[in-house]
Design a protein around this ligand. Sequence first.
Ligand code: DX5
Ligand code: ZN
Length: 215
Amino acid sequence: MSAVDIAPSILSADFGNMRNEIKRLERGGADRVHIDVMDGHFVPNITFGQELIRSVRDATGLHFETHLMIEKPERYIKQFAEAGSDTLIVHYEAIKSASKVLESIRGLGKEAGIAVNPETPMDGVLGCMKHADMLLVMGVHPGFGGQKFMPVALRKIQQGREHAKADFRIGVDGGINLETGLMAMRAGANELIAGSAIFNSDNLTKAIRDFKRLR
Ligand code: DX5
Ligand code: ZN
């Protein structure tokens, strides 16, 4: 069994061919699909909304984790849940009462994730982790693929791991390649999210396999 789950981010996929891109991930051995939703406010970039998720949902049985980089995500969690997300990840920086929003995601029958940006202190995040099924530590300032990994994320992963049970899901997102992925795993991450390292590689299946062999 692999030590780590791989969740390719479709931010780096071909948007005009999304159903096939997701099937390619499934054939290539991905564990989950990481879906980056951006609103042009919480982050300076815009991607897509719940209708994209709905239209690709039946292309795969893979777990969909939807990373909501949007302001006031509580306004939209029901729509993103109904569209077919399995996990909904909200940013600590985007919500007033993290525990309330996380519990309302669980109330919809979905897994709840809490994401934390590089500059955000961990105290409050650790405090709400008992209401979450996943912690997502950002390795970059969210908004764009292809950025350089910020080592401050490693300390955050460690703090999360010290606070959580051994099998609690801690993902790291942004700037992940084989080198930074291994560092993140050693710090305590058990899920690697990667966009450009997977979609910009010559061989997507090999790229996923190489990640899964890290230990
Ligand atoms: C960044 C997104 C990431 C992004 C990662 O805002 O949340 O999921 O797609 O892309 P890479 O792996 O290229 O850094
Ligand atoms: Zn993401």
